[in-house]
Design a protein around this ligand. Structure first.
Ligand code: ZN
Length: 241
């Protein structure tokens, strides 16, 4: 299983950066987790969007799904010019009417609505969703293939789902919006909480994401007190699990 990072900025893309976007390649499948603002400019250097086997959107904040709309325009234009591109399965929380109007036309996506406990299989890759606590409906996901499990937190505050999604996973891709504990109860996590969770969940690897680059040294120092092998994800870097 390979994890490549095409966006790791919290909230707003930095200059030459991008918000949440991760490509998971396993068992011959290409699975994209989130498509935040700025991520398409990075992702398209590596793959043709039509190659994606599955797109997962954790929640409907624009730093996690803003670029999905441009991806849709790109794919529907190619289809209109005669290219045969089968609908790409899209796993996403329930859409408001305006977003449904934008995304659910021209057979670009095959939409499946995520709920707590929702499961999906893409070939030999199994996905299971866990509801988290955030400002809006938000999901974490466990992805299992090739004998490995990768857990992704999405955006979350401290909640029961955080422990459910990470328990026993080989690797945990976890948000670390804060360098200290402020506001993390129902909103986002600190690097310390991400690292303590990985330690308690028995994870072998912790990848911190959704962070503010100007805090990176502080985040890493804080996390390493709980989880010494913490990795601060880097843009366009591939990690082998
Ligand atoms: Zn969010």
């Amino acid at each position: 299983m390979e994890l490549t990072v095409f966006g790791n900025n919290a909230t707003c893309p930095e200059a030459d950066g991008a918000c949440a976007c991760y490509l998971v390649e396993a068992a011959g499948k290409k699975i994209l987790l989130d498509m935040g603002n700025g991520s398409l400019t990075k992702l398209r250097k590596k793959i043709d969007l039509a190659e994606l086997d599955l797109i997962v959107i954790s929640h409907l904040h624009f730093d996690h799904f803003g670029d999905l709309f441009c991806a849709k325009y790109h794919l529907e234009t190619r289809k209109a010019y005669g290219e045969d591109i089968p609908p790409i399965p899209l796993l996403i929380p329930a859409l408001p009417q305006w977003a449904e109007t934008e995304l659910c036309t021209n057979d670009v996506f095959e939409v499946h609505t995520i709920t707590d406990g929702f499961r999906f299989e893409a070939g030999d890759v199994k996905l299971e969703f866990v509801e988290m606590v955030h400002l809006i409906e938000s999901y974490g996901v466990r992805i299992t293939a090739e004998g490995k499990t990768l857990a992704y937190s999405g955006d979350t505050g401290i909640c029961k789902g955080l422990y459910t999604v990470s328990a026993g996973a080989d690797a945990f891709l976890c948000e670390a919006t804060f360098a200290d504990g402020k506001a993390e109860e129902g909103h986002h996590l600190s690097a310390q909480t991400a690292a303590a969770t990985a330690r308690d969940a028995g994870n072998s690897h912790l990848f911190l994401t959704h962070y503010h680059p100007d805090q990176s040294r502080m985040l890493l120092t804080a996390a390493m007190r709980f989880f010494p092998d913490t990795v601060l994800t880097q843009m366009e870097e591939t990690y082998h699990l």
